[in-house]
Ligand binder design. Structure first.
Ligand code: HEC
Ligand code: HEC
Ligand code: HEC
Ligand code: HEC
Length: 200
């Protein structure tokens, strides 16, 4: 119990330290991003993992998107492939382990189909359908002085503002568990609007 709490505090402290380092204005990297596309090195955008987004998107001012996401089924999309239900589907299709099968992981993970070099060391496939499954790989846009500064800068660095088309890459009839996809209805269940932004 006590060790857990101490570990928790250490994690939070490290998180704050890291977030502070990340938001420091005018750091060396920022210049690369802000000086335009031409000076950017080889254009490999990496999936960096949901914990990187969490650093900022657990705050009231950023709409607490992480907390909303964590409660959705998307956060369990990997875990659920180990359930008895998943194993039963797997057996019918002669899939031994759904968590290791492309036939399932292609819709139950983030960045499916990308090359190894497109995943940063911080990325974990266990996160399920993470932020970057819908918003695109974050290595170039995740810093505050890029995507939080303007949508234009964010988009140039690869951020996606998702819509129905993003969803139906996975919510379609190739899914063994397909439920009729109704964007308005489904979107309500995962929506993470930033109320602070609307006040402005
Ligand atoms: C250093 C802090 C920080 C990190 C790290 C961060 N964000 Fe943000 N993000 C912000 C702030 C601040 C805003 C602006 C306020 C808002 O729209 O919530 C923002 C805005 C956004 C927006 C809205 C953009 C728009 O044009 O409307 C999206 C989408 C987003 N972030 C996704 C992500 C994702 C995905 C990650 C991880 C890959 C991430 N962010 C990492 C701070 C951060
Ligand atoms: C085309 C994308 C796609 C593929 C391929 C896919 N799934 Fe899914 N899966 C989904 C979606 C989307 C849902 C959510 C149900 C819905 O709304 O359609 C889901 C839901 C599930 C659920 C239900 C979870 C719950 O919360 O009730 C299980 C179990 C599951 N999938 C197992 C599998 C297994 C096992 C495979 C591989 C044989 C697989 N899926 C392949 C997209 C896919
Ligand atoms: C299943 C897809 C999906 C996932 C996963 C997802 N988002 Fe989003 N996100 C959306 C959609 C759709 C919108 C609304 C886009 C629009 O404004 O039209 C959105 C909007 C946002 C916004 C802008 C909110 C506002 O009020 O303008 C932020 C910030 C954001 N997402 C951050 C995140 C973060 C951080 C994560 C991971 C913890 C995440 N999202 C995971 C689909 C997703
Ligand atoms: C990369 C694949 C992928 C994308 C993109 C995606 N989803 Fe999902 N979604 C899934 C999977 C897989 C599940 C089932 C996860 C589980 O049950 O653990 C799911 C489950 C859901 C559920 C819960 C359904 C239920 O049966 O209760 C909702 C709601 C949902 N998604 C909405 C959306 C919306 C809205 C978008 C687009 C903005 C979207 N999803 C984009 C793969 C995806």
């Amino acid at each position: 119990m006590l060790t857990r709490r101490i570990l928790g505090i250490i994690t939070i402290a490290a998180g704050i330290a890291f977030a502070t380092a990340q938001t420091r204005p005018a750091n060396a990297n920022a210049c690369i991003y802000l000086s335009g596309q031409d000076s950017k090195p080889a254009d490999v955008r990496q999936y960096i993992g949901v914990d990187k987004c969490k650093l900022c998107h657990i705050k009231k001012t950023t709409g607490e998107a992480y907390m909303v996401w964590k409660k959705t089924k998307h956060a369990k999309a990997y875990e659920v492939l180990a359930s008895p239900e998943a194993k039963a589907i797997g057996e019918k299709l002669k899939i031994e382990d759904p968590q290791k099968s492309d036939q399932c992981m292609k819709c139950h993970s983030t960045g499916y189909g990308s090359k190894t070099e497109e995943f940063a060391a911080t990325f974990k496939k266990t996160e399920g359908i993470g932020c970057e499954a819908c918003h695109g790989p974050g290595s170039e846009y995740h810093k505050e002085d890029v995507h939080a500064k303007s949508r234009d800068l964010g988009k140039k660095a690869g951020i996606i503002i998702p819509d129905e088309k993003t969803c139906i890459k996975c919510h379609n009839k190739d899914s063994p568990n397909y439920k009729e996809f109704d964007f308005q209805k489904f979107y309500k269940e995962i929506a993470h609007k930033n109320p602070e932004k609307e006040k402005k």
